[in-house]
Design a protein around this ligand. Structure first.
Ligand SMILES: NC(=O)c1ccc[n+]([C@@H]2O[C@H](COP(=O)([O-])OP(=O)(O)OC[C@H]3O[C@@H](n4cnc5c(N)ncnc54)[C@H](OP(=O)(O)O)[C@@H]3O)[C@@H](O)[C@H]2O)c1
Length: 295
C-alpha cells in the first residue's frame, strides 16, 4: 500500500484530496494544526475526513522542529498549504514559501518519490503580488530539488465563489471592473481528482479549471437567480479599489495582498483547460440547503 502525506488536510481542497487518496486505497497521513477540524464539515461543504486519515501529524509548517521525520516511509507528498486568511500573524513568505520549503526539506531527507504542490493558474504573470511570488519562489526550489514533482495550477475554487452568493444574500453584489472578464471556477472534488491523477502521470505542470466558463457578471446574476431576487450589481472601478486600499499596504500587508489578488482575478481572464463535472449553480443550491435557506 502506497503512503501519502497531505499537508493542508484541514483546508477546502485538502479535505477533498484526503478523500480521493483514500478512495484510491492509499495510507494517509494528514499534517494538521488543529485535529478537531478533521471531523467537521467545512463552511464550503468540504467533507469531514477523520475516518479517511490513518495517521494525524500535528505540526506547523512555520516551525520546522514540529516537522522532523514527517515524511519517513512516505511515497507521495501533497501540499496545498497556503495563507488564505489575512488575520494570521505570519506572512505569505513565512507560509507559502518558507513553510512549504520546510516540508520539502523533510521530503528530500526521506527520499520521497514525488511532491505535488498547489500554486495558481497564470502565476508567473502575477508575481508582483506577494502571495503569488511566495508560491513561485517555492516552485523554483521544488524544481531544483531533484525530486519528481507536479505543480498544479488551478483557477478559482468554488469556495471563493461563495462570496458572490453571500453578497447577493445581503442585497447587492460588488464587482471590480466591468464584470466582463471570464474564468472557469473548479469544485474541490473535481480538482482533487486531477491532483491524485497526477501521481502516476509523468507531467511537471497541470493547468486546470472547471467545466463552465463564466463572466463575473454572470456569476453575480446566477447568485441572485438562485435566491430568487432581482439582480442588484454595482461595478466598482479598478482604480478606485486600488487607491482606496493603499493605506492597507502599511497597516495590513496580508489584507492588501489578498485584495490585490482579487482585483487581479476579476480584471483578467483566467480560463484554464476544463475538467470535472460540478456546476456552480448546484454548489450554490447545496450551500443554501446546508445553511437552512429555502431555494
Ligand atoms: N481559493 C482559490 O480560489 C484558490 C485558487 C488557486 C489556488 N489556491 C491555492 O490553493 C491552496 C489551497 O487553498 P484552500 O482554499 O484549500 O485553502 P485553505 O482552505 O485555507 O487551506 C489551507 C490549508 O493550509 C493549512 N495551513 C496554513 N498555514 C499553516 C501552517 N502554518 N502550518 C500548517 N498548515 C497550515 C491550513 O490549516 P488550518 O486549517 O489549520 O488553517 C489549511 O489546512 C492555497 O495555497 C491557495 O492559495 C486557491
Amino acid at each position: 500500500m502506497k503512503k501519502v502525506l497531505i499537508a493542508g488536510a484541514t483546508g477546502y481542497l485538502g479535505k477533498y484530496v484526503v478523500k480521493e487518496f483514500k478512495k484510491r486505497e492509499y495510507w494517509v497521513r494528514a499534517l494538521v494544526r488543529n485535529p478537531d477540524k478533521l471531523s467537521e464539515t467545512g463552511p464550503f461543504l468540504e467533507p469531514k475526513i477523520d475516518t479517511f486519515v490513518d495517521d494525524v501529524w500535528i505540526g506547523d509548517v512555520t516551525k520546522p522542529e514540529t516537522l522532523s521525520g514527517l515524511c519517513e516511509d512516505i511515497d507521495i507528498v501533497f501540499s496545498s498549504v497556503g495563507l488564505t486568511r489575512p488575520g494570521e500573524r505570519v506572512t505569505f513568505m513565512d507560509v507559502d514559501y518558507k513553510g512549504n520549503r520546510n516540508i520539502l526539506f523533510e521530503a528530500i531527507k526521506s527520499s520521497t518519490d514525488k511532491f505535488i504542490f498547489i500554486s495558481v493558474y497564470r502565476a508567473r504573470d502575477f508575481t508582483f503580488i506577494e502571495g503569488i511570488k511566495a508560491k513561485e519562489m517555492f516552485v523554483d526550489e521544488l524544481i531544483s530539488s531533484g525530486l519528481k514533482y507536479t505543480i498544479i495550477r488551478p483557477t478559482g475554487f468554488f469556495s471563493d465563489m461563495t462570496q458572490f452568493l453571500d453578497m447577493a444574500l445581503k442585497g447587492r453584489v460588488y464587482l471590480i471592473g466591468d464584470g466582463e472578464n471570464r474564468m472557469n471556477p473548479i469544485h474541490g472534488a473535481d480538482l482533487a481528482k486531477v491532483c491524485v491523477d497526477s501521481v502516476d502521470q509523468d507531467v511537471e505542470e497541470v493547468s486546470v479549471g472547471g467545466p463552465e466558463i463564466l463572466k463575473y457578471i454572470d456569476i453575480a446574476r446566477l447568485a441572485f437567480n438562485i435566491i430568487g431576487e432581482k439582480p442588484k450589481i454595482m461595478r466598482v472601478p479598478k482604480k478606485l479599489v486600488e487607491l482606496s486600499t493603499i493605506p492597507l499596504k502599511i497597516f495590513s500587508r496580508n489584507y492588501y495582498t489578498l485584495i490585490k489578488f482579487f482585483v487581479t482575478a476579476m480584471t483578467n481572464d483566467f480560463i484554464a483547460p476544463c475538467r470535472g463535472k460540478h456546476r456552480l449553480k448546484d454548489y450554490y443550491k447545496e450551500l443554501l440547503r446546508m445553511r437552512g435557506i429555502k431555494v
